[in-house]
Design a protein around this ligand. Structure first.
Ligand code: SF4
Ligand code: SF4
Length: 301
């Protein structure tokens, strides 16, 4: 996958979901300090970069996840966000997946011409347990976004989204167990209950992975390989494709893009048993999914 754009790096822990943040862990391994927050250099304008043939590296219709090693609405990034919005504005043909643990900051961070929201932005909040769901999802529902979703990861406590799904505003729910040092267990019954709720409201639910510690029928499973975590999640059959999300993507002239001109994801044999396929951007043969010890970068923002 090559679907991540990190305009800045580094973060400040916000809630219990951050306790074992993979960014801090990986930075420590590289002798870096995750609390040192900086604007990326070459990567900052990645969505505007072109290949040798003059085509955008990120194609029309692709979904790109933003700030996977930080939080897009981090206070320390206020001085860079306007430039990032400008890039998102220019790529009205690309879907930008935003994820935050700071929805209370979002309203004052929106650009001047936001209006009722941009069609190419898919806004998500993290809900690692019920307490955080009840804090963040109501704020999300009150905000002007065309597309909204919830990410229950790391899934460290049961979550019911029923009252929020009823509004019809939530279009996708992702969930994933925890990885890296100190992983806390995820329970099968939490995932099953959330999956059932999403089915009831015809909302896509993706169980991305079990995490390193997974409890089913009272038994604790230790699953170190992220690939195996994803395969086990796939075998559970708890993921579900609900009503389609429709993004009205436009070119730089504001003209709707023909369906045939949009990016078509390609998958490999390995993808057949991957739980993330429902929400995956497709395979770019980067090899990350083949690495048994790699991190699952869907899990945290
Ligand atoms: S990157 Fe995400 S998980 Fe890590 S500290 Fe920031 S908000 Fe928390
Ligand atoms: S479907 Fe899974 S294995 Fe295939 S590219 Fe996506 S994340 Fe990797």
């Amino acid at each position: 996958m090559h679907d991540i754009w990190n305009p800045w790096h580094g973060c400040v822990r916000k809630s219990e979901g951050c306790d074992n943040c993979y960014m801090f862990f990986l930075d420590k391994m590289r002798d870096m300090d995750g609390s040192s927050i900086f604007r990326t250099k070459a990567g900052f304008n990645y969505p505007l970069q072109k290949d040798r043939q003059g085509r955008y590296k990120i194609q029309s219709g692709e979904m790109i996840r933003v700030c996977m090693t930080s939080d897009f609405f981090l206070e320390e990034a206020d001085k860079w966000r306007e430039d990032a919005w400008d890039i998102i504005r220019q790529r009205s043909d690309v879907k930008f997946f935003l994820l935050t643990k700071r929805p209370e900051r979002v309203e004052k961070c929106l650009p001047y011409d936001w209006g009722e929201g941009w069609e190419n932005v898919f806004m998500n909040v993290t809900a690692e347990n019920q307490k955080r769901a009840d804090e963040r999802v109501p704020i999300l529902l009150s905000l002007p976004f065309k597309h909204k979703g919830v990410m229950c990861a790391p899934f460290i406590g049961g979550v019911s989204l029923r009252e929020y799904l009823k509004t019809g505003q939530i279009e996708q729910v992702l969930c994933d167990g925890e990885n890296y040092e100190g992983s806390r267990p995820c329970r099968y019954e939490w995932v099953k209950a959330l999956s059932d709720e999403c089915r009831e409201f015809d909302v896509t639910f993706v169980f991305c992975g079990t995490g390193r510690r997974f409890i089913k029928d009272g038994r604790l499973y230790k699953i170190e390989s992220s690939r195996l975590q994803s395969e086990q999640a796939f075998k559970s059959n708890l993921s579900f494709k609900g009503r389609p999300m429709v993004f009205d993507l436009r070119d730089s002239w504001g003209v709707p893009i023909d369906e045939n001109e949009l990016y078509k994801p390609t998958f490999r044999e390995r993808c057949e048993s991957c739980a993330m396929r429902i929400s995956c951007n497709g395979c770019s043969s980067c090899g990350r999914c083949e690495n048994k010890d790699n991190g699952n970068d869907y899990v945290q923002d």
